[in-house]
Write a protein that binds this ligand. Sequence first.
Ligand code: DON
Length: 363
Amino acid sequence: MNRAITYRNGLVAFLAVSVVFVPVYLQGQATAARRSPVAPRAAEVKAAVDEAYEKFKSDTGGKNADYIPVLAKVDPKLFGIAVVTADNQSYLKGDVTHSFSIQSISKVFTLALAMNELGADTVFDKIGSEATGRPFNSVNAVVDMPTHTGNPLVNAGAIAAASLISGSSEDEKWNRILGFYSKAAGENLKLLDDVYKSEAATNQGNRALAALLVKYDRIYGDPVQSVDLYTKQCSVGVNAKELATMGAMLANDGLSPVTGQRVIKSENIPYILAAMSTAGLYDSSGGWAWHVGLPAKSGVGGGIIAIVPGKGAIAVFAPPLDEAGNSVKAQKVITYVAQKLNYNLFSPHSVGVGLSGPTGGGE
Ligand code: DON
């Protein structure tokens, strides 16, 4: 492998991206414009997204979440794909402006906020980082696991993460969380009140988890208030483009590609992506790592984001879910696009090794 040639080809691809992509998409801004030299060309991204959209748009697998009554009423045919790159170029297809509830994808950003405030080591000590191998709302995992909270992306750990957020009142904590998510999205995000009310009326399971965490001394604020904060964070409205922008910020080492502002401390990014890799899709995270090889997070609202460090993020919205609570179409689309664009982080192809052609340079 000739690294100099690989680098040179990568650079040529990068320059081609800069020349071709910006005029077409008119999204690029000079702020924080950093991107991997082996990132795929704009035309390749567009082709992969278009193909995935056509291939999976008629897929009727899965079923809307119905344990939160209002989610059962969402149109199951809604389908949107958004890619936002680390240098703020975007490619959008389908229902990308429809607002849906962020749900468990919020767990990533409350984790990031807690790490910004307390440091990764404290969060690790207080919550843990092990996948549970059990469903996302498992009570048994809380009882059996030595950490009880499991990790910050299952419900017990996510409620504990919400309890770590600073503020002298619930309102202050909530405004801090919503402000942080908005900074990550580069837009003012809002609570979807109908989702919040519907979920708050049916979240007895999460309240039980919080009460159990009190017993083990693994919740760090009032349990009722912590569940309410968690329920609100799950009810934040996002669209596919906003979600992809939040993901692109993670891909861009914590700097928003849209505003150029720092959102997450650089030192925390690897921990957050590691948590997403091991538990982002709950009890199907192992299969996801095996087949896709990208840190990702799903939500029962039908969204999934996957992060391609240094390159960008893909967000897909399609409400019907599988048994583990992950959008069926979103998983298929991300699997397809990641394969086409050599995004799998466990493959040397992702850094241009073993490839010839524009995506990764060659020999
Ligand atoms: O705690 C809950 O039940 C929801 N608010 C969030 C769950 C969720 O999104 C799990 N996802 N895949």
